[in-house]
Design a protein around this ligand. Structure first.
Ligand SMILES: [Mg+2]
Length: 279
């Protein structure tokens, strides 16, 4: 893929994947095609911000012909293509094509913590790491190949609470007492280190603002999401957009000043919201 260097445009778009840019059942984004093409034609960056792993993100970026930075595992790491921001010097590491800025803690520590928390609370907590590829595929509707990529985790442990859909006060306390955090995506609860999507998005916004300022310009930021784990990202931008859930409802825990509610679920709502913002 040809290397892209960021050149300042008026807008930067941050987007969640599952249930937002991608349909929550088919994992496809056909209905967002029109707005995606409009953004591409105008050279407006679309930054993918997901609970997904780096291994899952690569084929999606290829499919979307997206060569902008991306944020994986609920803000566990930010990947910036080498050369994208010419002035970017201070990063925590590099690997091949990317500067990698890590915010997460090692996955093995999260796996251990989940076991301890289950013992402490008496709850049956099943982590993604406890499940086979077959079980992850059944849980998510991903193909077996995609489920194998979803299991290549580094900074975030998705988990299920047997017999419950909500995190109890006791469970939340056991998590926070360890200096860890939890959030909820479309299908899983997530156990993470002290990071979230907003933390990584704010870091990247600083990079974009600096690059824009170097060219005497200013950039406006937009983010689109549909679940609780998107709240910190939505709170970090100028224009937050909440996409409908598949059943037409909106995530009840998300309310922010200036929040735009897209009039449809998933990629259909994504397309409509961005088309009206782009004018
Ligand atoms: Mg989502």
């Amino acid at each position: 893929m040809q290397k892209t260097q960021y050149s300042s445009r008026s807008l930067v778009v941050f987007t969640d994947l599952d249930g937002t840019l991608l349909d929550s059942r088919t994992y496809r984004c056909d209905e967002a095609h029109e707005a995606l093409e409009q953004l591409r034609a105008r050279g407006i960056p679309v930054v993918l911000v997901s609970s997904k792993t780096w291994a899952e993100m690569e084929p999606i970026r290829d499919h979307l012909r997206n060569d902008h930075p991306c944020i994986v595992e609920n803000g566990g790491a930010l990947l910036i293509p080498i050369g994208y921001f010419p002035s970017l010097l201070s990063t925590t590491g590099g690997s091949g094509a990317y500067h990698i800025v890590e915010f997460g803690i090692p996955y093995v520590a999260l796996r251990q913590a989940l076991k301890e928390i289950a013992q402490e609370t008496g709850l049956v907590l099943k982590g993604c790491g406890d499940l086979s590829v077959h079980e992850v595929a059944a849980q998510t509707g991903l193909s077996h190949a995609q489920a194998a990529l979803a299991k290549q985790r580094q900074y975030d442990e998705p988990f299920i609470i047997e017999g419950s859909s909500a995190v109890s006060a006791a469970l939340a306390t056991a998590i926070t007492n360890r200096g860890l955090r939890w959030t909820k995506g479309d299908r899983w609860h997530h156990l993470t280190g002290p990071h979230d999507k907003g933390h990584a998005v704010r870091y990247l916004i600083q990079c974009y603002r600096q690059a824009a300022a170097d060219q005497g310009q200013h950039c406006t930021t937009v983010a689109l999401g549909n679940s609780l784990n998107d709240l910190p990202m939505l709170a970090a931008v100028d224009i937050p957009v909440l996409v409908q859930q598949q059943d037409g409802s909106y995530e009840p825990s998300i309310d922010l000043p200036g929040l735009i509610r897209a009039p449809a679920p998933g990629p259909i709502g994504w397309n409509q919201a961005l088309s009206s913002l782009l004018g």
